[in-house]
Design a protein around this ligand. Structure first.
Ligand SMILES: [Zn+2]
Length: 353
């Protein structure tokens, strides 16, 4: 993940808090052997007016209560523990904590849990929280770009909604279904073609892995200096080595789930490289305008060009143009004669584009 979302956007998490409180109340009353709290008294007072007309929620809470009333106290405790643990998003992402999955809970509880939390997720849009959450994220972003790929623009609030991904998938972690800490706007390609229902916390063989906490501040840069000029397709494009800085186990998970390196190379670097060279040549001829520059002048221009591009930040897939010119500068100043010759020919007034 190239950068994190602002934590402040998760502040309006009251529906999640209400769900935890109501489920906990059901468990507490069953364990104490006292009558179940009635509707709407079971709704936390601060939000009783917001939810009392939601009969769908009432029905699903009842179904949940009936299901867990048939379990043993030990089984109910297992579910209550799971409710708490599945919502410790930061600990789960960092591997400081763990939790069981829905499939590991008593089978009789599966459908009632799923129905209850699927429904509560649908309420987020109806009560306006989903749109306000997105507005807060959008206004807090420097560039309105999907941070999982850097290549998909986000539309402004008011446009048809962007995908809202359950970062910990609700099929396995249903208790986090309505927790804004687990809900992340995501570009359609990232969500529907790559992440799908992948378990961000576990690899295919079930091994626990670290993942970026989507609401912590971080920045990951793409570095290309390890690429080899002229060694890629058609002998003109580099053979790319795509590195993340800082690299981390979180980057490994990110790449495995979202196929970041594969997509960067196939969809951006390979098809854009020749055009980017051509545009650099045009920029040089206008801005530098030295008809027959030497290698030092061209190298200095490449660095200036890359630094100017860096100032633009994440501007969709074009953000990869800066590391490309840093890579070219690196190899030119390291004495790659063939590359120096190519770049001089490219920018000289006589050079072919
Ligand atoms: Zn994306």
């Amino acid at each position: 993940m190239l950068f994190g979302y602002p934590m402040a956007a998760t502040a309006e998490n009251w529906l999640h808090d209400c769900m935890v409180e109501m489920v906990t109340a059901i468990h507490t009353n069953l364990d104490a052997g006292v009558p179940a709290a009635t509707w709407p008294a079971i709704i936390p007072a601060a939000h009783r007016n917001d939810l009392h007309s939601r009969t769908g929620l009432r029905e699903r809470l009842d179904a949940y209560r009936v299901a867990v009333s048939g379990l043993t106290p030990t089984e109910r405790q297992q579910i209550a523990t799971c409710l708490t643990q599945q919502n410790r998003i930061d600990d789960l992402c960092s591997c400081a904590g763990d939790c069981v999955l829905l499939s590991q809970l008593p089978p009789a509880s599966h459908a009632p849990i799923k129905n209850l939390f699927d429904y509560s997720f649908s309420l987020l849009a109806e009560i306006g929280v989903r749109d306000r959450h997105y507005e807060a994220i959008y206004s807090g972003m420097n560039c309105h770009v999907c941070p999982f790929c850097g290549c998909e623009y986000f539309d402004a609030p008011g446009a048809p909604r962007e995908d809202l991904d359950h970062y910990l998938p609700k099929s396995r972690y249903p208790f986090a279904s309505v927790n804004l800490r687990n809900l992340v706007p995501m570009g359609m390609r990232c969500n529907e073609r790559y992440k799908l229902d992948a378990d961000i916390l576990r690899s295919a063989d079930g091994t626990r892995r670290r993942a970026f906490d989507p609401y912590t501040e971080h920045n990951v840069e793409v570095r290309l200096n390890g690429s080899v000029p002229f060694a890629g397709i058609d002998g003109r494009i580099p053979s790319w080595t795509i590195q993340f800085e800082p690299d981390s186990p979180e980057c490994t998970t990110w790449d495995e789930v979202f196929h970041v390196r594969e997509r960067i190379q196939r969809d951006v670097l390979d098809p854009s490289f020749v055009r980017w060279l051509r545009e650099f040549a045009n920029w040089f001829k206008r801005r530098i305008a030295i008809p027959e520059p030497d290698a030092e002048i061209v190298q200095h221009a490449m660095l200036q060009y890359a630094e100017d591009l860096t100032l633009l930040g994440f501007s969709a897939r074009e953000f990869l143009r800066a590391p490309v010119f840093k890579m070219l500068h690196f190899h030119c100043t390291s004495g790659n004669d063939r590359l120096n010759t190519l770049m001089i020919e490219l920018v000289s007034m006589k050079g072919a584009n």
